[in-house]
Ligand binder design. Structure first.
Ligand code: SF4
Length: 358
């Protein structure tokens, strides 16, 4: 911050702005730590407007931590479908069971205990403790990193846990009594004013405290580390129909990209013929009839190239566990990752292509 700033004047300017500028959000209507926990996990890597309907549906289905703990994981994943990063849903489910078992179904208002809950890292812990209980705990997310890297004109990248811990110490020293509002105000400032590109410095409530603004170069921060290129994964996907027009789906195991979700049968191509690759991965005899389409999908660290092949197969009448027939027009039950939903959407949009093989 600038030599003229003090912790008090910074907090005062920030909180005065937040009191008027904060957006209405369903999770801001409650101080229930369980609800704040759900919202904070959903908001990781995801836009507010995307989260809103998911949050409302999720809380309607699981209004208390006990409801969530007792629900089958399959149902939790289904309600998460389309939100991505499914490990968040799995951890929430595990975390709810942990809270029921170890904390009598009450989220603890204690930094050490809350961090024992699966899926609650330093950021989520700080957000829940400050917003629900007004404890002076920092909640450092990407927005807060950006805002502070500009306020303090920090010349080194935030690429290590140590740099994050340093920033947590810095934020902790500034937190006033209204800890929850302070942390939310920092996040809101990063989301609305101090945006990654073209920050609105003219309207910024803390511009008098900002070194990057004084230097005239806010967009140079945060300083970036060089990114490694996303790895391309070539997948071959089997599209297998039965006579009722249903599509064969396979539940994934506990490892891999789509763990525990339902996918069309697939495997990595690894320079093999599609039929050979699929045959080595599937327990049924298959014959590839033709290549339908190659559908791309970008994940955080991977670029998927999904080559969909129409296949004939000798499938037994009663399917073994972990396999199911999916009606592509009516699927209330199976949780399917976005990449494979994209394949199903492609099939719906191109019915004529399918007819070439049926
Ligand atoms: S003055 Fe500009 S760069 Fe500084 S905190 Fe405000 S919006 Fe961000």
């Amino acid at each position: 911050m600038t030599p003229e700033s003090s912790p008090e004047s910074f907090a005062r300017d920030l909180l005065a702005w937040f009191a008027n500028a904060q957006r209405e959000m369903p999770w801001r209507e409650s101080k229930d730590p369980y609800r704040i926990w759900i919202s904070e996990i959903m908001l990781q890597q995801t836009q507010v407007n995307t989260v809103r309907p998911y949050y409302l549906r999720f809380l309607k289905a699981f209004p208390t931590v006990t409801d969530l703990a007792e629900a089958p994981l399959e149902r939790v994943l289904k309600l998460w479908e389309g939100l991505g990063y499914y490990s968040r849903a799995r951890n929430l489910h595990k975390g709810a069971a942990y809270v029921v078992e170890h904390f009598k179904a009450k989220v603890p208002a204690n930094p050490t205990e809350i961090r024992k809950i699966p899926g609650i890292g330093p950021y989520s812990a700080g957000a829940i403790l400050s917003i629900a209980f007004d404890l002076p705990e920092p909640a450092v997310d990407g927005n807060v990193i950006r805002v502070f890297s500009r306020l303090d004109a920090i010349a080194t990248p935030f690429d290590t846990p140590a740099s994050r811990t340093r920033l947590e110490t810095r934020v902790r020293a500034l937190i006033p009594q209204a800890a929850g509002d302070f942390n939310q105000a920092l996040m809101e400032l990063g989301a609305l004013i101090c945006t990654p590109r073209k920050p609105d410095c003219q309207d910024c409530p803390v511009k008098v405290h900002c070194q990057a603004y004084a230097n005239g170069n806010p967009e140079s921060y945060p300083v970036k580390v060089k990114k490694t290129k996303a790895k391309t994964v070539q997948m071959v996907v089997a599209l297998i129909h039965n006579s009722a027009g249903q599509i064969l789906m396979q539940k994934q195991g506990d490892d891999g990209i789509f763990k525990q979700l339902w996918c069309l049968p697939w495997t990595e191509l690894n320079d093999r013929e599609a039929e050979l690759a699929l045959q080595s991965a599937l327990p049924f005899k298959i014959h590839v009839q033709g290549h339908l389409a190659t559908i791309p999908q970008t994940l955080t660290h991977r670029q998927l190239e999904m080559a969909v092949h129409v296949c004939q197969s000798e499938i037994p009448d009663s399917l073994p566990p972990g396999w199911a027939w999916l009606d592509p027009n009516n699927n209330p039950d199976l949780a399917i990752p976005v990449a494979h939903q994209k394949i199903l959407a492609y099939l719906k949009a191109h019915p004529l292509l399918m007819q070439m093989y049926v």
